[in-house]
Design a protein. Structure first.
Lengths: 268, 57
């Protein structure tokens, strides 16, 4: 249609381009397409994360030397730090996806946000528990009410709050809206967790890795940490895709494509 | 190379280190297994629901 006359063509091109991108996004963000995409991608992510985990575990538990101050107890870092980072990362994904669902009414935004919450809650719990197991031998206490630990505990309550809203509100769209508002407000907690060790005095040690300057950690200790961190992240992505598939099936159970998909699965 | 006993002793921190890794294993396995099982159950129950419609046209 745009090619009717030469001179209109120029004016239309940018519109065409944006609408093309918009269409691409909408197609990708449509539940059937996302479902198919998630089915293809998740096995690969599970595989990659298994490789990273095996590398990270061998490197962290066997190859890395004991810390000169903390001895072998420092090896808890290989699960504590990746799970703490993931607990915050998952929260940002949840809040962003929730915002996309809330503002642009993209259904996949609601679905992804909802799928994030149980994953995030579980890794926040793991970060707190492993921190406690590291704190006892190093600080002499399981828990202190300092800023870092308290802010991470608040993160756990934010996840619980989100999950409680999802199970309390019957209507999925309304639950997603309420959850998104809670998640977005709770984002203020994330920089507080991150900077807490700099802003307030604490028992918690400072950052191991910083964007600027040399990391305060030996390379043979650092490599397993990076492997485990990536392993946790890819596992998160894989699990998120599986959870999103479940949410899509529930959200869309009355649509023709889900009916078709489930009857095909049943016949197999 | 450390001996196996030394490895498991973790320089005296065995309880803390291995409890932390055991907890991690539990959380990771739960994260993997729970949604995969839920998906299988969902597909089955949605498939059964779809059947009668197919059987009685």
């Amino acid at each position: 249609m745009a090619h009717d006359t030469g001179h209109t063509c120029k004016a239309v091109t940018p519109d065409l381009h944006t609408s093309f991108m918009f269409e691409r996004f909408h197609k990708f963000a449509s539940p059937p397409h996302f479902h198919a995409f998630a089915r293809t991608l998740s096995p690969w992510l599970f595989g990659i994360s298994a490789l990273l985990f095996s590398g990270g575990l061998v490197g962290g538990l066997v190859l890395a030397p004991a810390d000169y101050q903390q001895g072998d107890s420092f090896r808890i870092i290989y699960i504590h730090v990746p799970s703490a980072w993931l607990s915050m990362f998952t929260y940002m994904v949840m809040a962003s996806a929730g915002a996309v669902g809330l503002i642009w009414k993209v259904k996949m935004g609601d679905i992804v946000a909802r799928a994030c919450a149980p994953i995030g809650a579980s890794f926040t719990l793991l970060a707190l528990a492993t921190g406690s197991l590291w704190g006892k031998p190093m600080w002499g206490t399981w828990w202190v009410w300092d800023a870092r630990l308290t802010a991470e505990l608040i993160l756990l309550f934010l996840y619980f709050g989100y999950l409680a809203l999802q199970s309390a509100i019957e209507d999925r769209r309304a639950a997603a809206r309420a959850g998104a508002v809670l998640a977005i407000v709770g984002v203020v907690n994330i920089p507080i967790i991150h900077y807490s060790v700099e802003w307030w005095s604490t028992l918690h040690q400072g950052a191991t890795l910083t964007k600027f300057g040399k990391p305060s950690i030996e390379l043979s200790m650092l490599m397993p940490l990076l492997a485990m961190t990536l392993g946790f992240k890819t596992l998160f992505a894989a699990v998120l895709l599986v959870r999103a598939r479940c949410e899509i099936l529930e959200f869309e159970q009355h649509t023709a494509w889900v009916r078709e998909l489930t009857t095909v699965t049943e016949a197999r | 190379m450390k001996s196996l006993a030394e490895f498991f002793a973790m320089g005296g921190y065995a309880t803390y280190v291995w409890s932390a890794y055991a907890l991690a294993a539990v959380v990771l396995i739960w994260n993997i297994v729970q949604p995969l099982r839920r998906e299988r159950q969902l597909l089955r129950s949605l498939g059964q629901r779809a059947k009668p419609r197919r059987a009685a046209p």
